[in-house]
Design a protein around this ligand. Structure first.
Ligand SMILES: Nc1ncnc2c1ncn2[C@@H]1O[C@H](COP(=O)(O)OP(=O)(O)OP(=O)(O)O)[C@@H](O)[C@H]1O
Ligand SMILES: O=C(O)C1=C[C@@H](O)[C@@H](O)[C@H](O)C1
Ligand SMILES: [Mg+2]
Length: 196
């Protein structure tokens, strides 16, 4: 199996989509895109502001539009928002030409990893753990259904998760990093061809 055109990371808040995604992109020689960050850049406001002013529905509309736009990008690792799987219309956009990776994480780890961050409006309340539990019950089957690879992240360093992912995505071993980068560049050149 050669490298996929796109790697799309899904999973709950605190799963490590942003952290792992950035490192994985470097390892594969791909560009890193984070739909939450690009929405914020386009909007000129952070996610809590968007939730405040436009409500969650407003954010979800922006998210679907962003996933649609980004579905044309190849040679990329795409970190998605934790709720990207909630709209059925997003599913085809996530799967398009992609290997979808579910970063699976226990509630305890999610709580720990999101404890200090104020940028997740759904967790700014009395009972963030209860919210994470309820979201997990609804979303875990959706992440699982969409995923080509389910990667457990509990008690693994980001570096270890990335190493295991590279092996799952492109299991031809031994592989030199330079060869993976070369394939990454070839896929990335597809961007110019696809867009030009
Ligand atoms: N495998 C890991 N081991 C230890 N800490 C981790 C691991 N993965 C992520 N973290 C830490 O957890 C925090 C949350 O990670 P990150 O922001 O990447 O999650 P996310 O999946 O992108 O969340 P969101 O859906 O809210 O964007 C960060 O501080 C990050 O450093
Ligand atoms: O799980 C969610 O619904 C969210 C996760 C974050 O990535 C952001 O997309 C936003 O805070 C909503
Ligand atoms: Mg993130």
């Amino acid at each position: 199996m050669s490298l996929p055109k796109r790697v799309v990371l899904v999973g709950p808040m605190g799963a490590g989509k942003t952290t792992i995604g950035r490192m994985l992109a470097k390892e594969l020689g791909y560009r890193f895109l984070d739909s939450d960050r690009i929405i914020e850049e386009r909007c000129g406001a952070n996610i809590p502001w968007i939730f405040d002013v436009e409500g969650e529905q407003g954010f979800r509309q922006r998210e679907t539009a962003m996933l649609d736009e980004l579905s044309n990008e190849v040679g990329v690792v795409l970190a998605t928002g934790g709720g990207a799987v909630m709209r059925a219309e997003n599913h085809g956009l996530l799967k398009k030409s992609s290997v979808v990776v579910y970063l699976k994480t226990s509630i305890e780890q999610q709580v720990e990893r999101t404890r200090k961050d104020r940028n997740r409006p759904l967790l700014q309340n009395e009972d963030p753990e209860g919210v994470l539990r309820r979201l997990f019950a609804v979303r875990d089957p959706l992440y699982t259904e969409l995923a080509d690879i389910v990667m457990y992240t509990d008690r693994k360093s980001p570096r270890l998760v990335v190493r295991q992912l590279v092996n799952r995505i492109n299991p031809k071993t031994p592989r030199h990093r330079r060869q993976r980068r070369k394939e990454g560049r070839q896929n990335a050149q597809g961007i110019t061809r696809a867009q030009g």
